[in-house]
Design a protein around this ligand. Structure first.
Ligand code: FES
Ligand code: FE
Length: 421
């Protein structure tokens, strides 16, 4: 196993971080078992008994709201002989019954039923409840868990700059609260999880990887497209602890609304929306259709992009599940959510015009990792030309600078070296 310094430099990473199973093992313990990991949006587990199954690193957990209303994450592993106690992705249950020998656990983890208890020691129920993930905290509906009891508080870990961007993202919908769609696109990609980590905050690639999308939009709208990468005011940002953002910093939503209006059936829905909210507020609502217009990355496994929450779930060194879950506005005119979903689908999901192109690039990178003289992948764009905000919370540069990736790998390095949590 190479040392951390042989794997990562300030402006480059070695190809082995994407393909060495030993590095993956280390990531699962030193990153995913030590820091905060995003689990779900609170609206997915709104009622007592609501649960979703997740993994933290490779450990299966159930995030469940107890009958007392408290959100807990319990380890999805029977204390008898290790079978999963909950095999569904989502549901509502007061208890979980292991199908192997029938042990039953309350949804707060307590062991409440052991068949034929006369053959067990008297204290089996007290001793063998489900393990509980020691820390669960949420920020504005985003629920995180950590196996590290000593990890700093979630808000402290996110820091003021990332919190500001999360707020901006969550406030993008005309002042309406957001709820998570019950369904998500779940895409299994045959590539290392960090390719998605980097790509979701990559302000450099859109005009190339997504060229066909912009060509289609140009044909449909008749308007030429200005990529964020061509805007001198658009920024890339790195915050504390590997959190990041790209920010086009443009106030004009016009080109995006033009794209929305080319969707089949959208013209009538836009008219209905205008009638619903009135002409004064129409622009504000129309602007909410396409999302906040910023990409926010919360290291290691959450990205807030468009109208969706993207969860990155490493499975093995060359296998990752990417889940893309749209957010809908609560108590909104029905046309608003219809338009949000149709615009979201235009780019994201397996049938979108955009996201599959990123996966194609991941395949090409994976193919290019083969042994050669040059083992390095470079993130040196704009290196040395960054500035720091006065409060010291943000490193900032042009949107095409690889500032987010350098920030992500600073945190990756620090966690792998055991210097932070
Ligand atoms: Fe769960 Fe035996 S493994 S009851
Ligand atoms: Fe992309």
């Amino acid at each position: 196993m190479p040392t951390v310094d042989q794997l990562v430099r300030a402006d480059a990473v070695h190809r082995d971080i994407y393909r060495d199973p030993a590095v993956f093992e280390l990531e699962m313990t030193r990153i995913f078992k030590r820091t905060w990991v995003y689990l779900a949006h609170e609206s997915e587990v709104a009622e007592p008994g609501d649960y979703v199954t997740r993994t933290v690193g490779r450990e299966p957990v159930v995030l469940v709201r107890g009958e007392d209303g408290v959100l807990r994450a319990v380890v999805n592993r029977c204390r008898h002989r290790a079978a999963l106690v909950c095999e569904h992705e989502t549901g509502n249950a007061k208890s979980f019954r292991c199908q192997y020998h029938g042990w039953t656990y309350r949804n707060d983890g307590r062991l409440i039923g052991v068949p034929h208890p006369e053959r067990q020691s008297a204290d089996v129920r007290e001793r063998l409840g489900l393990a509980v993930v020691p820390r669960v905290e949420s920020y504005r509906g985003l629920v995180f868990g950590s196996f590290n009891p000593a990890v700093s508080g979630l808000a402290e870990h996110l820091g003021p700059a990332a919190l500001g961007y999360i707020d901006r993202f969550l406030d993008h919908c005309a002042g309406l609260p957001l709820t998570a769609h019950r369904q998500a696109h779940r895409i299994t990609m045959p590539a290392n999880w960090k390719l998605q980590l980097e790509n979701g905050l990559d302000g450099y690639h859109a005009g190339f990887t997504h060229r066909s999308f912009f060509d289609v939009m140009r044909r449909r709208t008749g308007a030429s497209v200005r990529f964020a990468s061509g805007l001198p005011t658009a920024t890339a940002r790195a915050f504390r602890n590997g959190h990041t953002a790209i920010d086009p910093e443009t106030t004009s939503r016009k080109p995006l609304i033009q794209r929305v209006s080319t969707l089949p059936g959208a013209a009538a829905k836009l008219d209905a929306l205008r009638a619903h909210v009135g002409p004064q507020r129409f622009d504000e609502y129309a602007g909410a259709i396409t999302g906040a217009g910023i990409n926010v990355g919360i290291f290691p496994n959450l990205q807030l992009i468009g109208i969706h929450l993207r969860r990155i779930e490493p499975v093995s060194v060359d296998r990752t599940i990417v889940s893309v879950r749209p957010l809908l506005a609560v108590d909104a005119p029905p046309e608003l959510n219809w338009l949000r979903l149709r615009y979201h689908e235009l780019f994201y999901g397996p049938a979108g015009f955009g996201q599959p192109d990123d996966f194609e690039m991941f395949d090409r990178v994976a193919a290019g990792l083969a042994d050669s003289e040059d083992g390095w992948l470079r993130f040196e764009r704009g290196h040395g030309a960054e500035t720091e905000t006065e409060d010291g919370e943000t490193i900032v540069g042009n949107v095409t600078d690889e500032i987010p990736q350098r920030g992500q790998y600073r945190q990756w390095r620090a966690l792998l070296a055991g210097e932070t949590a």
